[in-house]
Design a protein around this ligand. Sequence first.
Ligand SMILES: Cc1cc2nc3c(=O)[nH]c(=O)nc-3n(C[C@H](O)[C@H](O)[C@H](O)COP(=O)(O)O)c2cc1C
Length: 146
Amino acid sequence: MAWRTPTWVGTWQSIQTLLDRKQQEPATQPIQVEPRVLGNTDVDAADGQTLQPFREAFDGPFIAAGGFKPDTAAETVGTHAADLVAFGRWFLSNPDLVRRIKLGAPLTKYNRATFYTQDPVVGFTDYPFLTEEEVQELEKKAEAAA
Ligand SMILES: Cc1cc2nc3c(=O)[nH]c(=O)nc-3n(C[C@H](O)[C@H](O)[C@H](O)COP(=O)(O)O)c2cc1C
């Protein structure tokens, strides 16, 4: 579950406390989403719009999402700002996202126009996987660079 939550840390902490009490153990951490979309436009996180207060308020595994790309995700996990990063739109347009990240392959850009349509295929399951030839090419490049 992803909550679109602005920095209402106090409210969130109260909910977290209630859930913890009910379960007698730390509640499952919902994915926290940084607000990096303005209308239909992608934007950088504004100053102060960070998940850090939530990170500090919660003891358990912390999953962040919202506008991450492979490099910013690696930086976020590398600096322990989150334990995991979830991808939304880039996973939609790259069904083999993990493989692409491992190989340093280019990512297919998502098409916002097909995000909320009724069609079960267009914009959901019709984005391309890397072909085996492309994979082999990228593996060769990686070997040569190593
Ligand atoms: C097609 C589409 C459908 C989505 N549906 C939901 C939804 O039902 N509930 C929700 O909380 N977020 C929904 N989201 C938002 C994602 O959960 C996520 O917050 C958002 O994509 C930010 O992550 P990203 O920057 O990696 O894409 C949706 C996003 C997309 C692209």
